[in-house]
Ligand binder design. Structure first.
Ligand code: FDM
Ligand code: MG
Length: 212
């Protein structure tokens, strides 16, 4: 294995709209890093397995209605409840690959009309990712990948608003855009290259906090 004493793991987030290929790419990346003998963990937000996550799941499946502010705070709480575990893992040398994070939180809620500034506040102080890989696909390409599902937010006009919010939020100091339009293997090769660079660069850097 490649577990080096004293070095921390990297926090790497994949973001993007629905059907950008995020989840596929997260799994492929983690699989490859595990094969190489690295300490790595895949996480996703929302984490639907916790009590808060189950409330979010019911909201997404449209079996309950919640005020936009309420559900925004639930998504944020669902990240906060993972922070202790994530901090300990990173400090003990485990790299964490995360499928969606606070950027989805702000982008989806702001696309519904909440203020960006208000939306950021509950996530201030969360662990700051070492790298955000923003996967882009054109609406045409996304449409080729089949019909949207039946969950809340899975509508073309809403996804376009979300995409615009992501572009507004992106911070070039630690975000990188990756085209999600190539084959799964081509996109994977690019993500793998950026992820392994990030792991190397982050080893000796302090863990920072979001939006402070
Ligand atoms: N989503 C996800 C939010 O609205 N806010 C958040 O903070 C997060 C993490 O939940 F439509 C939205 C994005 C998506 C939905 O995500 C469920 P997955 O990745 O499809 O499970
Ligand atoms: Mg989805």
């Amino acid at each position: 294995g490649c577990v080096k004493a004293g070095l921390r793991g990297a926090l790497i987030v994949l973001e993007g709209c629905d059907r950008s290929g995020k989840s596929t790419q997260c799994s492929k990346l983690v699989e490859r890093l595990v094969q190489e003998g690295r300490q790595v963990l895949l996480m996703r937000f929302p984490d639907r397995t916790t009590p808060i996550g189950q409330m979010i799941d019911s909201y997404l499946q449209q079996t309950v209605e919640l005020d936009d502010h309420v559900v925004h705070l639930l998504f944020s709480s669902n990240r906060w409840e993972a922070m202790r575990k994530m901090t300990e893992l990173l400090q003990s040398g485990t790299t964490i690959i995360v499928d969606r994070y606070a950027y989805s939180g702000v982008a989806y809620s702001a696309a519904k009309g909440l203020s960006v500034d208000w939306c950021r506040q509950p996530d201030v102080g969360l662990l700051k990712p070492d790298k955000v890989l923003y996967i882009t696909v054109s609406p045409e390409k996304a449409a080729e990948r089949g019909q949207f599902g039946t969950e809340r937010y899975e509508k073309l006009d809403f996804q376009q608003k979300v995409n615009n919010m992501f572009l507004y939020l992106k911070d070039p100091s630690y975000w990188q855009t990756v085209s999600g339009e190539g084959s799964i293997d081509v996109v994977h090769a690019e993500i793998y290259k950026l992820a392994t660079q990030t792991i190397k660069e982050s080893e000796h850097l302090p863990l920072l906090k979001l939006w402070t």
